[in-house]
Design a protein around this ligand. Structure first.
Ligand SMILES: C=C1C[C@]23C[C@@]1(O)CC[C@H]2[C@@]12CCC[C@@](C)(C(=O)O1)[C@H]2[C@@H]3C(=O)O
Ligand SMILES: O=C(O)CCC(=O)C(=O)O
Ligand SMILES: [Fe+2]
Length: 374
């Protein structure tokens, strides 16, 4: 079994399409990008519902977060302590990177077994059409790739911003974990529950990836998909979006999509599959996707946060007991990424207890028409 996230991804190579295009200069939607069979991007059953916006400085923040995680699996947060200048700088770093000419970005194109680099989203292989987006994944230091993209001083500047942003995200993700778990009565000192938690309320050794996304303006947005519906495999994801709307989340009851509007200075937090497992299903991971528009170029940066390599995630003992059996068997993030790479939206079902019968799942093959949460 792979032990680190980078090893898990190497075992499941994703190939870049041969005909990768410079999306910013395309005037007509090519057929390979036209989603004309389900899942359709234009099924915009958009609900008039708002994802909660929570002020982290509010005395009741933990309770509000717990409620949002149960009801939605996503919320926006303000007053999160990440300096505004740093948000601006990291947003600019992403914009600078994606505005490079395609041939230059291709210098750091993902190798079939690569992890940290430029390419299409990893879930592309589950869909018959290409998505109207490009991504740059950072796991560890981006220095080697930054040096291939820029002259010395600019490469160092890019890495400095990414380094500072990663530090802030790690701090914030640890804080969020306790706010989320605190709402369920799990406290810092309960080492028996969260075995990998550090003594200072932090999570030493936590793993993470930074995913920079670019969604250029699109000549036919109704037929294009920025990012197809998926859940993140993480404990939690912290997302910075620019001022262009695009992110949509599926309301837990499957009744429709809600758009998460950009709120100046706010960060979006979404529950990932591993947190659903850790909380024994109390906090469901959220299905989300991204639509594109005709006139605006959207950028986002996702901080994907998970446990240290080797740590098995299982339902917390405090959340199981008589009448509340554990619903998932223990897995490391790497093991789970392997399952996700194989089963996509059926990965969570594949780790359910009791083990699913094949007939329950109509086999473990992915359902590429994922429209609602199963
Ligand atoms: C650690 C990771 C989670 C992720 C795969 C990755 O290696 C880095 C990219 C992440 C991402 C971002 C877009 C959606 C997603 C499902 C994908 O294909 O790549 C997630 C992966 C995930 O959370 O499973
Ligand atoms: O761009 C967005 O808003 C969402 C990105 C996302 O879902 C991801 O990177 O996992
Ligand atoms: Fe995502």
């Amino acid at each position: 079994m792979p032990s680190r996230i980078s090893d898990a991804l190497k075992d499941h190579p994703v190939h870049l399409p041969h005909n990768i295009l410079d999306l910013g200069s395309v005037k007509e939607l090519p057929d390979s990008y036209a989603w004309n069979a389900p899942p359709l991007p234009c099924d915009r059953t958009v609900l008039d519902l708002s994802v909660p916006v929570i002020d982290l400085g509010h005395p009741g923040a933990s309770t509000l977060i717990g409620h949002a995680c149960k009801e939605w699996g996503v919320f926006q947060m303000t007053n999160h302590g990440v300096p505004r200048d740093l948000l601006t700088e990291v947003e600019r770093a992403g914009r600078d990177l994606f505005s490079l000419p395609l041939q230059q970005k291709m210098r750091v194109a993902r190798k079939p077994d690569g992890v940290s680099d430029y390419g299409v989203t990893r879930i592309s292989s589950f869909f018959p059409k290409l998505m109207w987006s490009e991504g740059f994944t950072v796991i560890g230091s981006p220095l080697e790739h930054a040096r291939l993209l820029w002259p010395h001083d600019r490469a160092a500047g890019f890495c400095d911003v990414i380094g500072r942003y990663n530090d802030e995200m790690r701090r914030l993700a640890g804080k969020l974990m306790w706010l989320m778990l605190g709402a369920l009565g799990i406290r810092h000192h309960s080492e028996d529950d969260v075995t990998w938690a550090g003594p200072n309320g932090d999570f030493p050794g936590a793993s993470a990836a930074l995913q920079m996304n670019s969604y250029p303006a699109c000549p036919d947005p109704d037929q294009a998909m920025g990012l197809a519906a998926h859940t993140d495999s993480t404990l939690l994801t912290i997302l910075l979006q620019n001022d262009t709307a695009g992110l949509q989340v599926m309301k837990g009851d499957g009744s429709g999509w809600a758009t998460v509007p950009p709120v100046d200075g706010a960060l979006v937090v979404n529950v990932g599959d591993l947190l659903q497992m850790l909380t024994n299903g109390t906090y469901p991971s959220i299905v989300h996707r991204v639509f594109v528009t005709r006139n605006a170029h959207r950028h986002s940066i996702a901080y994907l946060y998970g446990p240290p390599s080797g740590v098995k995630i299982a339902p917390l003992p405090a959340l199981t007991g008589p009448g509340h059996p554990a619903l998932f068997w223990p897995v490391t993030w790497s093991e789970y990424l392997g399952m996700k790479a194989k089963h996509f939206d059926k990965a969570l079902t594949s780790v359910r207890l009791p083990p699913p019968r094949v007939s329950d799942m109509e086999s473990l093959t992915p359902d590429v028409n994922i429209e609602t949460k199963s």
